[in-house]
Design a protein around this ligand. Structure first.
Ligand code: GAL
Length: 415
């Protein structure tokens, strides 16, 4: 059999379509933190896709929600000259890595991305006019997940305001149900806190967490935010120290707790457990945030391999696959997110994802589409880390809200 015939046969068998034998041998090392049930299933789609195209997938998974441990591992790898082919990086951190001169551009596969991405995201995945990151999907952060049976047992209704929320939480408590499942890492504290900041309005959120405006950070409204967080903490159980987010989600899935504040990667866990929205659980928007949308867009960047300034065929294939409509659909179905690529059909998605999509369109037009601070979209690492420390200190001590806002304003100046 001639070479082309062999390749044709392999392609017909679903293997190695359109790649040369040299490319087929390329192994791509991929660093990410998608290790929970739903997350693994979603990244597994990419692994299968790349394997079908003839590449060898070397999985470099570093457990730990929101990626703090993964980012530490990545720094060690790059410094020691062992940068992976691709790594899960997002938000302003993309530019920070690009400015180190260690990334490769992927422009040759990004020809139609501009017209297929929301402008905010299109800007984020470029550095110095070149595409350097491939975006996966849009996660909405401001969700509250509720166990339907627990809500019914407590005789409560889906809360849309904080007073309604506390009323439901009290009813659950009275019915012997742990009202809130909460995990125990700083990023989970920050996720809840930014939800409460958002509940004071998208403009307030933007002034506080995007512009880092000192007046806003020390305002009475911000004192109120800390007071509300303190009140919400009264409904946590005592076992949250060190608890992973997906274990908190499991508490809501199996009815050990009534509610969880978490972005929609939590929905990936419900789906993975065979649970249905509306019947088994409810995805509600965080009280008083229905017109707003905190976005969190995952992406991969691509590192220079062996000093080469151009992307390898495997890296380009990976970027191209991530942005393909078919992949975008299947990945988000498992992950709990919605496709970041515009125009991907939503008919296979559940009500929660359809709501996310509809609310996203409204929020983009009305100015309520804001980047998540807790998930690395709003600020460079240094400022985000300093703010996170303030929030975690507050949530793990008896500090009063006025002291916290002063510390917050100071942390915001961290460069
Ligand atoms: C987020 C990430 C999501 C999800 C979550 C928990 O920061 O964007 O994709 O993985 O962490 O690990």
């Amino acid at each position: 059999m001639k070479f082309r015939a062999i390749m044709g046969a392999l392609c017909a068998a679903g293997l190695m379509c359109g790649v040369s034998a040299v490319q087929a041998a390329e192994s791509i090392e991929v660093l990410h933190w998608w290790t929970s049930g739903g997350e693994s299933k979603a990244v597994g789609v990419l692994k299968d896709d790349m394997t079908k195209q003839g590449y060898t997938w070397k999985d470099f998974a570093v457990a730990g929600g929101a990626g703090a441990a993964a980012m530490t591992a990545l720094k060690t790898q790059v410094i020691s000259g062992n940068a992976p082919s691709a790594a899960q990086i997002k938000g302003p951190l993309i530019q920070e890595w690009a400015s180190q001169g260690v990334l490769v551009p992927i422009d040759s596969v990004a020809g139609d991305w501009k017209k297929n991405l929301p402008p905010q995201i299109d800007k984020l995945v470029q550095a110095d006019g070149h595409y350097v990151a491939a975006p996966f999907s849009v996660h909405r952060v401001n969700w509250l997940y509720i166990n339907k049976a627990a809500l019914d047992k407590a005789g409560g209704k889906v809360p849309t305001t904080w007073p309604e929320f506390f009323a439901v939480a009290d009813k659950m408590k009275a019915a012997g149900i742990q009202p809130i499942a909460m995990g125990g890492q700083p990023w989970q504290d920050l996720t809840l806190w930014e939800d409460v900041v958002l509940s004071e309005g998208a403009d307030f959120y933007k002034k506080a967490l995007v512009d880092l405006d000192e007046k806003t950070l020390t305002s009475d409204k911000m004192v109120q935010v800390f007071d509300t967080v303190r009140k919400i903490q009264g409904y946590f159980d005592t076992g949250r120290t060190g608890r992973d987010w997906n274990l908190a989600t499991a508490m809501v899935i199996n009815g050990k707790a009534g509610m969880q504040f978490m972005g929609d990667w939590a929905k990936g866990e419900f789906t993975n457990a065979g649970k249905k929205s509306g019947t088994d659980f409810i995805c509600a928007v965080v009280p008083q945030t229905d017109k707003a949308y905190t976005y969190n867009v995952d992406s991969f960047v691509f590192f220079q391999q062996k000093g080469q300034k151009a992307a390898t065929p495997g890296q380009l294939a990976l970027a191209k696959t991530i942005m393909s409509p078919e992949f975008q659909e299947q990945f988000s179905l498992y992950k709990g997110s919605i496709p970041v690529r515009l125009g991907v059909p939503m008919d296979k998605f559940d009500d929660c994802a359809k709501k996310s999509y509809a609310d996203e369109q409204v929020a983009i037009k009305a100015g309520g589409y804001v980047p998540s601070l807790a998930h690395g979209m709003a600020q460079p690492d240094a400022a985000a880390g300093a703010i996170s420390d303030v929030v975690t200190k507050f949530m793990n001590s008896q500090e009063d809200s006025k002291t916290a806002v002063q510390a917050l304003a100071k942390a915001a100046k961290t460069k």
